[in-house]
Structure formats: C-alpha cells, structure tokens
Design a binder for this molecule. Structure first.
Ligand SMILES: Cc1ncc(C[n+]2csc(CCOP(=O)(O)OP(=O)(O)O)c2C)c(N)n1
Ligand code: SF4
Ligand SMILES: [Mg+2]
Length: 200
C-alpha cells in the first residue's frame, strides 16, 4: 500500500481487498521492482485500486484501460503491465478492446473483478448477471442470458484464460504470478464478492 494511505474507499468484506492483496503479493514474490510495474485501472467501484498501490499507476476512462495499458507496454516492453477492470467495464463498454487485445496477443495481464453487477451505480444488471435474478434495473427478474467471459476471449484466440474467485488468495496469487510470466495476453475472470449488491 502507498505510504501515508490509511483508508480504503470500499465496503467491509469487499472481494477487491483480496484481489488487491493477491496482485501485491504476486509482484513481491516475483521481486519485480516498483519502478518496473504499472497498474492500470478503469472506472468502477474499486477503481482507486491503482492509486492505493506503491507502483506506477493510471486510472483511466471507463472501458479504455486496455488501450492505455497496451500503449504503456508498447512504449516500454520491459515493464510489467497489469490492467484491472470489472464486469460492465470489460464485457460491455470495453468489449471490443478485450477481444482485439486477445486476438493480437498483447503482452499484458488483464484481471476482471466480476461481481456480476454495476456496483458503483448501486446494483444494476451487467453482462454477467445470471438469468432470473432481481436487480435494480431488472425488478421483474433478469431475462437476458449472461456472457461466458472465458469463451469470449478463447474464441478471439487468447491462450491464457483463467477463472478464479476471491476466496482463495494463495491460488489467486500463484495464478497472477504465472500470468505475469506468460508472454502474451492473459485474461483472468475473478468472481468477486460484493456483499452490498450481489445478493445471489
Ligand atoms: C463512459 C461512461 N459510461 C457510464 C458511466 C456510468 N457508470 C459508472 S460505474 C458504471 C458501472 C460499473 O460497473 P462495473 O464495471 O461492473 O464495476 P463495479 O462498479 O461493479 O465494480 C457505470 C455504468 C461512466 N462513468 N462512464
Ligand atoms: S459496492 Fe460491492 S464492489 Fe463496491 S466496494 Fe462495496 S462490496 Fe465492493
Ligand atoms: Mg461489476
């Protein structure tokens, strides 16, 4: 965590604490120096994650984190570039970027904290909300089928597609270490706990 920072803007028990910790531990274990790491986040409930870490960071526009991260990597291929995003952000507004980066095998790690709703805007249905769920935007049940995120990137040619959840910190950390060492686009979908809005 960045020196001098004493407070996170997150609900208690939010799964983003674990994802944040897993990234931090993975980078520490791989002994990647701070000046060789860039964490890019986009707008979402825990978008400030990039600001909390003690590496180079950028908090970019909604849905545009992948192009930003790609630019950083192209400008300096020596950097470890991690992009952290969320389900609406990646699988809706940023979907084109996701698929083309997978197709082009851009060498970045892309982590999606998938809480299956729009948490920042207080609980609307997202592209990964399961069917037959009540949300603020689907008060009469969600009738639309969700995407399967890994199948999407697989079909675009992504070689490293992984599903994880935020309840297994050691596994998540190990997986992030593997993805960092992978040369090419790595997509991880982390099922993320959101006690405030994900009630299913
Ligand atoms: C370009 C743009 N469109 C829409 C919004 C409004 N908006 C803010 S957060 C959000 C949903 C975020 O959901 P998700 O990406 O799943 O992140 P979460 O808040 O669940 O972590 C939306 C639609 C915005 N800020 N910018
Ligand atoms: S609303 Fe959900 S995703 Fe947002 S900080 Fe709270 S628990 Fe985390
Ligand atoms: Mg979400």
């Amino acid at each position: 965590m960045r020196t001098g920072l004493i407070k996170f803007q997150r609900c208690p028990w939010c799964g983003n604490f674990i994802i944040h910790l897993a990234i931090k531990q993975a980078l520490a274990e791989l002994k990647i120096p701070k000046h060789k790491t860039v964490v890019v986040t986009w707008i979402w409930c825990s978008g400030k994650m990039s600001q909390y870490v003690d590496w180079y960071w950028a908090e970019t526009l909604h849905g545009r984190g992948i192009p930003f991260a790609t630019g950083v990597k192209l400008a300096n291929p020596d950097l470890t570039v991690i992009s952290v995003s969320w389900d609406w952000d990646t699988y809706w507004i940023g979907l084109g970027h996701l698929l083309h980066s997978a197709r082009k095998d851009i060498n970045i790690v892309h982590i999606v904290a998938d809480n299956e709703n729009y948490a920042l805007t207080t609980g609307q249905a997202s592209p990964t909300t399961p069917k037959n769920i009540k949300t603020k935007s689907t008060p009469d049940w969600n009738t639309i089928s969700p995407f399967d995120p890994l199948k999407l990137t697989e079909s675009a040619g992504c070689k490293l597609n992984i599903s994880a959840n935020d309840r297994d910190l050691p596994w998540l950390k190990k997986a992030i270490m593997d993805w960092i060492q992978h040369k090419g686009f790595a997509h991880i979908n982390v099922k993320q706990t959101c006690p405030s809005f994900k009630k299913w």
